[in-house]
Design a protein around this ligand. Structure first.
Ligand code: PLP
Length: 424
């Protein structure tokens, strides 16, 4: 007899148990075992699982209409969610375009930038600079911006090969610079690259304001953010923040950009925006970008499911829940508690080389030598083993092989924003 599982495939074979139900920060398998969802799945379940008020609002929409194509009808959920999103977002970002996921959001942001450049009479602008390491998605366009070789390698001949600059891996950088100087040093890499490409050819710079799966919650020195904005402005390069992971309150602000008072030209969001209640994402941009594109004949881009009323009703309910429960403030507060606990572990275990993050997007990594930050020997499989040990004990944590693609080099801890101090 063929096991039903053999009909389905993802990246690899799936040894995990069947999920039964979720409740708050917990997930339960069909044997009744409870797991703390310590990474909110893939940094998705920001408001926790099965929140009754959210389910009721989705159900109410479900009873009316689950789909009405946007070219045939306006819908209240989509317009209300756009309005709510703008209200929660800093000034200057006031147009919203819906998608169903993070890769879609990143590609939409880049394509909007491209059409905007055309309206400005700048048809040469097409190069998209991003960082290494980085993760921006798995579709071919988003993958071309992704700085992660194992994912890129099989598809390299099918992509243009967009330029990359080094992300500010400050904890590895052993020069004698101050934090401020180091931030500026890494930001200036962008200027060098723009000049190398020819400023007239550069369309956008795309960055994760706080690293996710790529750099493990890496936060750049404060000086980095402002200087990047200045350099983009100087050369007329649009700044795209990929807030697919950091947006929707994860870092203790609605957008991570708010920590540095930066207004990107376009923001990509997903993950916590639908919070696992619906596949949902968005780009948010200023009217000064969007209106010329609409005036020039429209945005030549759109996905069938974009803006569907069911997903948007879920998104709206999620944002309302965040606001009503003060979850963004809780993320900031609980983030400090979690970071303090992780730092305390550093004192106990000398192989924890770094603890970092912002709000409830936190990470720690193992080293074999604290003085050089030399990673643990990949052959030890330490990351995989700890993930499995934790899983066996009912704690889900997230690890990804990134540094050079040969070794897992950090764990991400990113529980739902509803978490309490006692649960941490
Ligand atoms: N951008 C960032 C920063 C991400 O973390 C991810 C997913 O991990 C993506 C884009 C891609 O999102 P999705 O997997 O929903 O396509």
């Amino acid at each position: 007899m063929t096991d039903a599982a053999s009909y389905l495939f993802y990246q690899s074979r799936n040894p995990r148990p069947f999920l039964d139900y979720g409740e708050g920060i917990y997930l339960f398998d069909e044997d009744g075992k409870r797991y703390i969802d310590g990474s909110s799945g893939a940094m998705v379940s920001n408001i926790g699982h099965s929140t009754p008020r959210v389910l009721a609002k989705i159900k109410a929409q479900m009873d009316k209409a689950t789909f009405g194509y946007r070219l045939h009808f306006r819908t209240h959920p989509s317009e209300d969610l756009a309005a709510k999103t703008v209200a929660m977002t800093p000034d200057g970002l006031d147009r919203v375009f819906f998608v169903s996921g993070g890769s879609e959001a990143v590609e939409s942001a880049v394509k909007l930038a491209r059409q905007y450049a055309l309206t400005q009479g700048q048809p040469n602008r097409h190069r998209v600079i991003s960082r290494f390491p980085s993760y921006h998605g798995c579709t071919l366009g988003a993958l071309d911006l992704t700085g992660y070789d194992p994912l890129r390698a099989p598809f390299a001949p099918m992509m243009e090969g967009m330029p990359k600059i080094d992300a500010p891996a400050t904890y590895l950088d052993r020069d004698n610079l101050t934090e401020e100087q180091r931030g500026l040093k890494y930001a200036e890499l962008l200027r060098d690259r723009i000049l190398e490409e020819g400023p007239e050819n550069v369309l956008t710079f795309v960055m994760e304001p706080v690293g996710g799966a790529s750099t493990g919650a890496l936060v750049a020195p404060d000086s980095y953010y402002g200087r990047i904005r200045e350099i983009c402005d100087e050369y007329g390069v649009l700044l795209i923040y990929d807030e697919v992971m950091t947006g929707a309150g994860r870092t203790g602000k609605f957008l991570a950009a708010e920590h540095w008072g930066i207004t990107p030209d376009i923001v990509a969001m997903s993950k916590g925006f639908g919070a696992g209640y619906a596949p949902l994402g968005a780009i948010i941009a200023g009217a000064r970008i969007v209106e010329p594109v609409l005036d020039s004949g429209g945005f030549q881009h759109g996905f069938t499911y974009a803006g569907n009323p069911l997903a948007c009703s879920a998104g709206l309910a999620v944002l309302e829940e965040m606001e009503d429960q003060g979850l963004i403030e809780n993320a900031a507060k609980m983030g400090e508690v979690l970071m303090a606990e992780l730092r305390a572990l550093m004192d106990r275990y000398p192989f924890i080389g770094d603890v970092r993050g912002k709000g409830l997007l936190t990470a720690f990594e193992f080293v074999s030598d604290l003085s050089t930050m030399e990673p643990l020997d990949p052959a030890l499989n330490a990351y995989e083993r700890l993930v499995e040990l934790a899983y066996a004990r009912g704690l889900i944590i997230y690890s990804r092989r990134t540094r050079g693609g040969t070794a897992g080099d950090h764990f991400l801890l990113a529980p739902p924003l509803i978490i309490t101090e006692a649960q941490i």
